[in-house]
Ligand binder design. Structure first.
Ligand code: ATP
Length: 259
């Protein structure tokens, strides 16, 4: 168990005025199991924040609370100044938050283009418009030439890029990425990091769960660390990497930290 619930390495860079996403004192309990215990953080506009922690730390649970898969037991989620706590996932998505899932799951039987169109349809019912947005996003992720292929026949690396294309076809201001680099080759990981940089340049904010420490430390403006449902650090990659509680959580943990 983490020693204290408060952050140590904090440079609370983005003050509330600049924050596009605010997580305020969020708790989540599953039948008595405390998965999140008073977690607070913010993501600034055009910022990349890494979210790390040993297995079972609560990272995906936090994503689920933010994106409306289920409501937090306590605390608030504020998106672009609006309290979205407890709203349904599609309502939160329409307000500008997109996410990818740990297990990539393209819609089988659909083409690459049709999968990307699913994202675009969140804002438009017109097929032609959705197709145009989807093609543009596929081009961004490097899949323009594969639009008519069946999505389930893509390689893992290409499926991850399709997952990203589908998410950004919703035109998000905040993008939550859950281990989108898992299973990628080093070259594919580099390619994905370039896409993240491109999104940041366009003003999109990213909250990224990732076990690849080199990747997360190189891409993140700030890093948030969870351990056993609690926040143990939030700050620059450099500060977090030398934080004793973070080192202890990864090295001293008994649950097989895999990073
Ligand atoms: N739907 C659920 N029902 C019951 N318990 C859950 C549920 N989702 C998560 N948990 C529990 O909450 C805790 C946090 O899990 P979570 O998946 O959020 O961790 P994580 O940091 O994403 O881990 P990993 O790196 O292994 O994906 C774990 O003890 C997990 O078993």
């Amino acid at each position: 168990m983490a020693t204290e619930p408060t952050d140590t390495t904090t440079t609370d860079a983005a003050d509330d005025a600049d924050a596009i996403l605010e997580v305020r004192d969020v708790g989540k309990t599953f039948s008595g199991l405390v998965a999140l215990d008073g977690v607070s953080m913010d993501v600034g506009r055009g910022e990349i924040v890494g979210l790390i922690g040993p297995n079972g730390a609560g990272k995906t649970t936090l994503f689920n609370c933010i994106s409306g898969v289920f409501p937090p037991t306590s605390g608030r989620i504020v998106l672009d100044g609006e309290d979205v706590t407890g709203l349904a996932a599609h309502e939160i998505a329409r307000r500008g938050l997109a996410r990818t899932f740990q297990i990539t799951r393209p819609l089988e039987d659909l083409t690459v283009l049709e999968n990307a169109m699913v994202g675009a349809h969140i804002h438009t019912r017109r097929r032609a418009e959705a197709r145009e947005i989807a093609r543009e996003r596929l081009a961004f992720v490097g899949l323009a030439g594969r639009a008519d292929e069946r999505a389930d026949e893509l390689t893992v690396g290409a499926q991850k890029r399709l997952e990203l294309a589908r998410a950004i076809a919703t035109d998000p201001s905040v993008l939550l990425l859950d281990e989108i680099m898992a299973g990628l080759t080093p070259a594919e990981t580099e390619g994905m990091l370039d896409l993240f940089r491109g999104l940041r340049e366009d003003g999109t904010s990213l909250l990224v769960i990732e076990h690849d420490m080199d990747a997360i430390m190189s891409i993140s403006d700030r890093v948030k660390v969870l351990d056993n449902g609690r926040s143990i650090a939030f700050g620059s990659p450099e500060a977090v990497a030398r934080d004793e509680r973070v080192i202890e959580a990864y090295i001293g943990g008994d649950d097989g930290a895999d990073a």
